[in-house]
Design a protein around this ligand. Structure first.
Ligand code: GLN
Length: 338
């Protein structure tokens, strides 16, 4: 604690004022490197207090093997400079965060009206795996819950695993990391135990929400969720959506303000499931979580943020991750509603 205070005093000489908990710095003020590094270490350390009350997901048995003590955070500034702290090389599966990439591809191929004829733009008070809307509306509520994401992926053009390959290719492009790949054990575990998702897939097929013929379309959803990533590569995805499809190194191959505006709005209303409303109020950053413990945030025009800790709260979001992003948002004043 004392070392932390002296570091704060020292850094404050160069880039004052540095925000401690409960303090703010101006959004407009450009942040210096030492300031960001200090802030990341600070929120990372504080976040560890939340791990004990949270629980690693084990409904997909392979996910239950994750170490709840691995915690990491990454931040990419406007210029694409990367800052990170903690267990930054720990790999985890991207899970539901893959839904924003799948949505981008599906909308690019099919157009927004086609996709949103088949699901809503609704937020939700239901859990991520709720299938209630399929009974009441014969359509998923939104593309961020499993029901909508399964239709989204099944709408991507191509046979066999082509839909999945497109998602993988896009993630490799955004992160500029060709080593990113599937965790085969997680994939097999999802496939073996994913009967609730399978039930939704067949109900949706019954309602003609997609034309895909067989379960390969559902397998592509399981595959996309099983892509392994680390916190730094995840922050690059945040940067991409924060910057209208510009990659962290400035590459504009997929520059598309229209599509990133759509994805960011959907993340804000549904990206954190039934916690999205409270999250919009407390954090105010378009974000997406996954049950692997990752959270990605896109601060429009500014920053890409990612956090990782596998222990989840009751909403299926990483408890330490939510804490870290909330603190960053408060101390740097990142809410889009500011
Ligand atoms: N693969 C997970 C599932 O289908 C994804 C859920 C999540 O990350 N919220 O249940």
């Amino acid at each position: 604690m004392r070392t932390l205070f002296y570091t704060w005093v020292l850094l404050s000489l160069f880039c004052s004022p540095i925000p401690l908990q409960g303090q703010l710095i101006s959004y407009e003020k450009s942040i210096c490197k030492s300031e960001i590094n200090f802030l990341l270490s600070d929120v990372l350390n504080e976040s560890k207090n939340l791990i004990a009350q949270a629980k690693v997901a084990d409904y997909i048995p392979e996910l239950g093997k994750a170490d709840p003590n691995k915690t990491a955070i990454a931040f990419i500034d406007e210029k694409g400079n990367i800052y990170s702290k903690g267990d930054v090389h720990t790999q985890f599966t991207i899970q539901s965060i893959s839904k924003i990439i799948a949505l981008m591809i599906a909308v690019q191929e099919r157009g927004e009206p086609y996709i949103f004829d088949r699901m809503g733009y609704y937020g939700t008070d239901q859990a991520f795996n709720s299938m209630e809307a399929l009974n009441t509306r014969q359509k998923p509520l939104n593309p961020m819950m499993n029901a909508g994401a399964i239709v989204t992926t099944a709408s991507i053009l191509g046979k066999g695993d082509e839909g999945y390959q497109k998602i993988l290719k896009m993630i490799r492009y955004i992160t500029k990391n060709d080593k990113i790949d599937i965790n085969q054990a997680v994939y097999l575990s999802e496939k073996a135990t994913g009967n609730r998702n399978r039930a939704m897939f067949y109900l949706e097929k019954n309602f003609n929400l997609f034309t895909a013929e067989d379960e390969e379309a559902l397998n592509n959803y399981f595959r996309q969720c099983s892509i392994e990533i680390n916190v730094i590569d995840l922050a690059k995805i945040g940067y991409f959506f924060a910057h209208q499809g510009t990659r962290f190194d400035g590459d504009k191959t997929y520059f598309n303000p229209e599509i990133t505006q759509l994805i960011n709005s959907i993340m804000l209303t549904a990206g954190m499931y039934d916690y999205s409303g409270e999250y919009a109020r407390k954090v105010g950053i378009p974000s997406k979580s996954g049950v692997g413990g990752g959270i990605v945030g896109a601060v429009p025009g500014k920053y890409g943020i990612a956090t990782f800790n596998a222990a989840l709260d009751a909403h299926g979001n990483s408890a330490a991750g939510i804490y870290m992003i909330e603190q960053l948002s408060k101390r740097l004043q990142l809410s889009i509603f500011k």
